[in-house]
Design a protein around this ligand. Structure first.
Ligand SMILES: [Fe+2]
Length: 125
């Protein structure tokens, strides 16, 4: 399914942008092109980063991961997003919080989670 947003990161300062439409080829940060983040490509524990998704009636109960990811000051899940064909919802998280988040149940949507140390992760619904 075509998705309406992709995520880019500056290799120098770590700025992150969500591209709504078009291509990021000419978008620069710190004098360098932004790099497209490829989900699930970091060498880190899958079970702590791949979002765990459970359907509860018309909602999705989401947690990051099967073994909950740490939510410490210097290592935590910064945000979780649900991206579908016509909608993007992003929830900002903070240290000490739980990663548990609810979204509407949208078949074909993708749940993304961003770890400040281990990058972008995703799970298809
Ligand atoms: Fe992590």
């Amino acid at each position: 399914m075509s998705q309406n947003v992709s995520f880019y990161r500056c290799p120098v300062c770590g700025n992150i942008i969500g591209l709504i439409e078009g291509n990021a080829e000419h978008i620069m940060c710190c004098g360098k092109p932004m790099e497209k983040m490829v989900a699930n490509s970091t060498d880190a524990a899958q079970e702590k980063h791949v979002p765990y998704v459970e359907r509860v009636e018309d909602e999705l109960l989401v947690r990051v991961g099967e073994v909950e990811h740490p939510m410490e000051k210097d290592h935590y899940i910064e945000w979780i997003a649900q991206v579908s064909e016509n909608r993007t919802t992003r929830v900002r998280l903070y240290p000490e919080q739980s990663t548990e988040t609810r979204f509407p149940y949208i078949p074909g949507s993708t749940i993304y989670a961003y770890c400040n140390k281990h990058g972008l992760w995703m799970k298809e619904v």
